[in-house]
Design a protein around this ligand. Structure first.
Ligand SMILES: [Ca+2]
Ligand SMILES: [Ca+2]
Ligand SMILES: [Ca+2]
Length: 186
């Protein structure tokens, strides 16, 4: 059951990344996610924000998924299996691979550049990029803010990201990384 929950979360990233909805993920899909975010924020092609998000995402793809890809593509099952293997095998290597991406996404949400993401920044940035309602965004924010100080720090973002991909506990705050997960029918 808990393994199934983990796969459900991994599958969610597949849905999020398969931008052209053809059932396989290739770098072009992931690049389209970066483009979409970049356009939504009106970032210039050579802006620091876009370059940072793009290179962190590329590293994530290259380190974690590219070795599993066949002809540059990953179907749903191998994609989910790849994530699952990473998440359950070598935790410290997984943490290391995810860290730059988590930092880049945290920086993306930090609109005023004070080093943390507050609730309004979170709602504005992630509400639209993950397509959550305002209520869902505020709910997600309060969970991802692990110490409840009203701010998501880079460290909290990194911890939430690792937890999203590794936690089998349905109450883990990091489960909310990509928005609300369907409630358990168990
Ligand atoms: Ca695709
Ligand atoms: Ca901020
Ligand atoms: Ca906090």
């Amino acid at each position: 059951m808990s393994e199934q929950f983990l796969r459900q979360k991994h599958d969610r990233l597949f849905q999020f990344w398969d931008t052209n909805r053809d059932g396989v993920i290739e770098w072009a899909d992931v690049q389209a996610v970066v483009e979409g975010v970049s356009n939504a924020f009106g970032w210039a092609e050579d802006s620091a924000q876009k370059r940072r998000l793009s290179s962190a995402t590329r590293r994530w793809w290259d380190d974690m998924f590219a070795p599993y890809a066949v002809n540059g593509e990953l179907a749903r099952d191998p994609f989910v299996t790849c994530l699952h293997n990473w998440a359950t095998a070598d935790r410290s290597a997984f943490r290391e691979v995810l860290a730059p991406a988590a930092e880049a996404y945290a920086a993306m949400g930090d609109l005023d550049g004070d080093g943390t993401v507050n609730e309004d920044e979170y709602v504005k940035v992630f509400g639209s990029s993950i397509q959550m309602s305002e209520d869902e965004s505020r709910d997600a924010f309060r969970r991802l803010d692990r110490d409840g100080d009203g701010l998501i720090s880079v460290e909290e973002f990194a911890a939430d990201t690792v937890e999203y991909f590794t936690a089998t506990d349905r109450a883990a705050p990091g489960n909310w990384l990509l928005g609300p997960i369907e409630p358990s029918k168990a």
